[in-house]
Design a protein around this ligand. Structure first.
Ligand code: XLS
Ligand code: NI
Ligand code: NI
Length: 485
């Protein structure tokens, strides 16, 4: 049976539900219970082993080519097809995000969860965590994807103490290791330092030293399990590393603390022999008003200031790029030209909605721009593409989980094909080179080598007179780009 505390919590939720949202909303109990309740309906261990397949009727997804009308087939993603000297699967290195795909409920600030997958029993028990992990691996196998990503707390429940929580994590991780077999690995792991109330002022930037220590302990453990599972990267997304108002914040001290925290992570990674790349994931705001890793340029400056530039790369998320007022292409190029492009959280926002809607990227133009940067970067390995994307609240069929991933994968695969066409054709590159041809001269080379002073430039300006300024050819560039779509 549920404890009195849980019953009271449910009643409270119902009251809020009825007073905030219109009366037509049915107020049902939330599908997960507080993590540390393991009695009765909340977290029972006797929920039974799952019999048979989690996705019956869904076949192994295959490539059928662009003429296929089968929603459960790839039309553009042909894993072993070679593009620009590399197989598509090696350019793309797809990864499924455990949190959206297996913990996403469809709930939003105004409404109750809409999804209750058949394998869920409404609890956050350890037994449920293990069953969900089995569903994850059947999903990966059927989709034909070899990588997955996780936060510590999405895969295993929190407990009363850190020791017990770590023990829960160990138990689920042991199962994941077994289910991974020889082929599947985490693209990355991370620690969830934003959900629990202790992190309300941040983890590494919390003014409370006990929280700083707790966050460190959590990251230490998350790096260990990522290493144990053979993960190739480790991500830091500082959802609460920022501020709500500068009036109560010592920004300089918080940034110094964050740098010390990252230094300790680097030292620990080396100590345990974890060779994966450490990645910082920029985001300007949400949940905090201001996040310190605002965008790629801000993060690069932070890494440079604290001497961490060789130790980290960036994980660029397209929806975060647009929240910071940039395009995804801009963020990817900023990371790339600074030698920091490590991974892509492949999702997109809605052009009419101003928050992190985490949608599957289905726009071929956008995907082509993304792939142009990735090709110019020589690929992302050991990084890849992680679908930090969730089904819409209204998409509630089990097959929708497959359709969303297939659509996202096909869109990036199509982007890869288009970007390769553009690069092989060379017209766009030629247009760009031509714009700068006046610098392909002796004087241009001297300027670029930092050998020309203002006196010489003044002499040239007087000698040459008023310069002839050529057309930028933007519409021609756009026409060339479109010709590859
Ligand atoms: C949230 C972030 C998060 C990170 C992983 O906006 O995108 O999902 O990718 O912590
Ligand atoms: Ni992300
Ligand atoms: Ni995000």
């Amino acid at each position: 049976m549920m404890s009195m505390k849980a019953v009271k919590l449910l009643l409270l939720l119902c009251v809020i539900c009825f007073s905030v949202v219109s009366k037509t909303v049915i107020c049902e109990p939330p599908p997960t219970c507080p993590a540390n309740l393991d009695d009765g309906e909340c977290g029972s261990e006797d929920s039974g082993e799952w019999e048979g397949e989690f996705f019956p009727g869904i076949p192994k997804i295959k490539y059928e080519g662009p003429t296929s009308k089968n929603p459960l087939a790839y039309k553009w993603y042909n894993p072993n097809e070679e593009i620009l000297g590399k197989n598509m699967k090696d350019w793309l290195r797809f990864s499924v995000a455990f949190w959206h795909t297996f913990r996403g409920t469809g709930g939003d600030p105004f409404g109750a969860p809409t999804k209750m997958w058949p394998w869920e029993d409404g609890t956050n028990s350890l037994a449920m965590a293990k069953r969900r992990m089995r569903a994850n691996f059947e999903f990966l196998e059927k989709l034909g994807v070899d990588r997955w990503c996780f936060h510590d707390r999405d895969i295993a429940p929190d407990a009363e103490t850190l020791e017990e929580t770590n023990a829960n994590l160990d138990e689920v991780v042991a199962l994941a290791k077994e289910l991974q077999g020889t082929k599947i690995r985490p693209l990355w792991g991370t620690a969830q330092l934003f959900m629990h109330p202790r992190y309300m002022h941040g983890g590494a930037t919390s003014p409370e030293i006990g929280v700083y220590a707790y966050a460190a302990a959590q990251v230490k453990k998350a790096i260990e399990v990522t290493h144990y599972l053979g993960g190739e990267n480790y991500v830091f997304w500082g959802g609460r590393e920022g501020y709500q108002t500068l009036l109560n914040t010592d920004m300089e001290r918080e940034l110094d603390h964050m740098a010390r925290f990252f230094e300790a992570a680097v030292a620990y990674k080396k100590k345990i022999g974890f060779n994966g790349t450490l990645l910082i994931e920029p985001k300007p705001q949400e949940p905090t008003k201001h996040q310190y890793d605002w965008d790629a340029a801000t993060s690069a400056n932070f890494l440079r200031k604290y001497g961490l530039i060789g130790e980290f790369k960036l994980n660029i998320e397209c929806n975060h790029a647009t929240l910071s007022g940039h395009s995804c292409h801009h963020e990817l190029e900023t990371a790339r030209i600074n030698g920091l492009l490590g991974n892509v959280d492949a999702n997109t926002g809605d052009p009419q909605v101003g928050w992190d809607t985490d949608q599957f990227l289905m726009d071929v133009n956008e995907a082509t721009l993304v792939m142009l940067s990735v090709i110019r970067n020589g690929g992302l390995s050991p990084g890849g593409f992680n679908f930090d994307a969730k089904l819409r609240r209204e998409s509630t069929d089990v097959e929708d989980i497959f359709i969303a991933h297939i659509g996202g994968m096909d869109t990036l695969a199509r982007g890869l094909r288009n970007a390769a066409k553009l690069i092989e054709d060379g017209s766009l590159d030629k247009l760009v080179r031509k714009r700068y041809q006046s610098f392909d001269t002796e004087l241009g080379a001297q300027i670029e080598a930092g050998k020309v002073d203002f006196e010489l430039l003044e002499k040239k300006a007087m000698e040459w007179g008023e310069p002839e300024v050529p057309s930028g050819k933007q519409e021609l560039a756009e026409m060339l780009f479109q010709s590859a779509m």
